[in-house]
Design a protein around this ligand. Structure first.
Ligand code: GLP
Length: 260
């Protein structure tokens, strides 16, 4: 696991944007795995800016989002479909026909989940998967105790996740209880993973992910099994780590090592 510690959120965001831009420039038809949440908003803003200023093109890319709330139609204002349209898709040249999110309003969410796995496979798998992390160590909506072998399926959200996401809904009661999410094994099957965590509220989860035991109790710890996982942190999110000296030694200021 590459641990890159950047001075602040802005620098962490730019570092993540550099990796996405490099991936898309090297392979314009890259398959991107996309994430939602507050952490990703400045990253998408940075990508939109690079599209406008530097001509970074998503015209040939394909995308698959991690998750969607069950019960929300794509045009629901709080759906992840709407989030992606507002944060990224409407502002870049991506072909909407090649953007994918699970359908929260599917008649049979499990069938929709299986079909989603098939679509990822048909696209040739995910080249670069972006991830955030929940305060309880979730990735996508794989809550603590999620099987490390799981594939896209229905998950029940924890009270803490619903409370964290309540800010986007009118009330706690209206915050969805269920989601369709890529599984931990779906995420691990991507060729590269880049997880971004910023702010002190993520410090404990980050420490468990990077230095804790591999355990379904912290689904993000499964990234320890991934051969090409990069974790991009700001100082605040890195606060709970014990081996910071080593990470700084390998990647001073979060930059590439001599062998990268
Ligand atoms: C949400 C999403 C995750 C996201 C996480 C953190 O519930 N399903 O994909 O990484 O929680 O969100 P935030 O970045 O807002 O802290």
């Amino acid at each position: 696991m590459k641990v890159l510690i950047l001075p602040d959120e802005k620098a962490a965001t730019q570092r993540a944007a550099d990796i996405v831009a490099r991936t898309v420039t090297a392979n314009p038809a890259a398959v991107l795995g996309l994430a939602t949440g507050g952490t990703m908003l400045p990253l998408y803003a940075a990508l939109v800016q690079r599209h406008r200023d530097d001509g970074l093109s998503f015209a040939q890319t394909t995308s698959f989002n991690l998750d969607e709330y069950i019960g929300l139609a794509p045009d629901h204002p709080c759906s992840y479909h709407t989030y992606m349209n507002d944060a990224l898709f409407s502002h870049v040249d991506i072909d909407r026909a090649r953007t994918h999110l699970p359908r929260g309003d599917a008649a049979d969410p499990q069938v929709a989940s299986d079909e989603y796995e098939d679509l990822i496979e048909a696209a040739g798998g995910i080249d670069l998967q972006l991830l955030g992390i929940g305060q309880n160590g979730h990735i996508g909506f794989n809550e603590p105790t999620a099987s490390l072998g799981s594939r896209t399926r229905i998950k029940t959200l924890t009270t803490s996740t619903r409370r964290a996401n309540q800010q986007y809904f009118a009330s706690y009661e209206e915050t969805p209880r269920y989601a369709i999410t890529m599984g931990v094994a779906t995420i691990l099957a991507s060729r590269k993973c880049v997880l971004v965590a910023t702010g002190a509220a993520k410090a404990e989860a980050v420490a468990r992910m990077v230095e804790g035991p591999l355990s379904a109790a912290c689904p993000a710890s499964a990234l320890q099994l991934h051969a090409k996982a990069t974790v991009i942190l700001d100082q605040a999110a890195a606060e709970g780590l014990k081996l910071t000296d080593y990470y700084e030694n390998v990647h001073p200021q979060g930059q590439d090592s001599v062998f990268d």
